[in-house]
Write a protein that binds this ligand. Structure first.
Ligand code: PEP
Ligand code: MN
Length: 359
């Protein structure tokens, strides 16, 4: 069955002028903070001003947003800068409030996308009001929940949809707050080529250091825009302070980004090639992440061996490991020579790391 979304004829934004930049603070905290951040962002050509008004916090007691008192501040942003405004809605009351204050774009947060009951209620509340809605991926790496949310909204008549890739939660150590798992948004694009996909490096990274590389990967994968947090004074932010950039640092990041023109190559044949390359890029990202996790475990083994005074290399373990891997890889149709060579390299790197830990 061919899937499709019934999207508005006029694209939500112009691919020629990509990437679409959505920026603003994690939370609207005060009128002064909102207006000063927005004024700087609009000077830099940011298209849409984002600010959370109702904040879904994992634990109670955190800053839960200013609520409706902040809505007139967003209206002021729109009047004074001309930028479109966007905020997160998670229940019917949020929608009513946001519409009263002419918010231009609603976004649905990751925790809400994961809940089909909540999405259905929002879709019903929006029936007959064709406002643009950006749908963040669900917190868990489940593309069907993401697609399901887009479909529920689309069936209620929302035709100006975009997907926001904000990474997926995980258990255990990682350099990211939420794993990018690029293969998932790439697959979403493959299934719905007309649907714009925007990456949110802020919530993927959780810190400022990795923002640029994630934003650049999004551009290399030909995604349509960036959804990125900016605060006039990040260190004093009431939520997500570690990942927000000042407007001027955001400008530096955007100026450094290389946005390649994929359209020039868009003849039928090359489009297929580009798509396949996107898939390869996404899988390679994943391979690197997996390799990093594997090497972290090797280091832990090194620490254990040091404490217990055990040698790094136990020949029988290495021979058994290689045998077991070969048995599995044969089932997958991978060649022995490739697998032996690959595991030799991986094993050697583990030994090098353990050597470092022990000496
Ligand atoms: C946000 O954009 O501030 C937010 C809460 O995002 P997410 O739903 O991706 O966690
Ligand atoms: Mn945030």
């Amino acid at each position: 069955m061919k899937e499709s979304l019934n999207l508005h004829k006029e694209p939500l934004f112009d691919k020629q002028n990509k990437p679409l930049i959505v920026s603003g603070p994690c939370s609207a905290e005060s009128e002064e903070q909102v207006i000063s951040t927005a004024t700087e962002l609009s000077r830099m050509g940011v298209d849409v001003f984002r600010a959370g008004i109702w904040k879904p916090r994992t634990r109670p007691g955190g800053f839960e947003g200013m609520g409706s008192v902040a809505l007139p501040w967003l209206r002021r942003v729109k009047e004074e800068t001309g930028m479109l405004t966007a905020t997160e809605v998670a229940n019917v009351w949020h929608i009513r409030e946001a519409l009263k204050y002419d918010i231009d774009i609603l976004w649905i947060g990751a925790r809400t996308t994961a809940n089909p009951f909540a999405i259905q209620e929002l879709a019903e509340a929006l029936r007959g009001i064709d406002i643009p809605v950006f749908v963040k991926n669900p917190v868990n790496p489940d593309i069907e929940l993401w697609v399901g949310a887009l479909e529920r909204l689309n069936k209620a008549g929302i035709s100006r949809l975009a997907a926001v890739h904000r990474g997926f939660s995980h258990y255990g150590e990682s350099p990211y707050r939420n794993m990018p798992q690029w293969e998932i948004p790439v697959e979403l694009k493959r299934r719905f080529p007309e649907l714009p996909v925007i990456t949110d490096p802020s919530h993927i990274c959780g810190n400022r250091e990795l923002l640029f590389s994630v934003a650049q990967t999004a551009m290399d994968l030909d995604f349509e825009g960036l959804f990125i947090e900016s605060h006039i004074d990040p260190d004093s932010a009431l939520s997500d302070k570690n990942q927000q950039l000042t407007p001027s640092d955001l400008k530096l990041l955007l100026d450094k980004l290389v946005c390649r023109q994929s359209d020039a190559l868009e003849t039928e044949g090359t489009e297929i090639l580009l798509e396949l390359r996107r898939q390869i890029d996404a899988w390679d990202e994943e391979l690197l992440r997996i390799m990093k996790s594997r090497m972290s475990v090797s280091e832990k083994i090194g620490e254990y061996k040091k404490r217990q005074n055990i040698t790094i290399l136990q020949t029988s373990r290495w021979a058994d490991l290689l045998d077991a891997r070969l048995r599995k890889s044969r089932l997958l149709g991978l060649s022995d020579s490739f697998i032996i060579e690959m595991f030799r390299q991986i094993h050697q790197e583990s030994i090098n790391l353990q050597n470092k830990v022990m000496n």
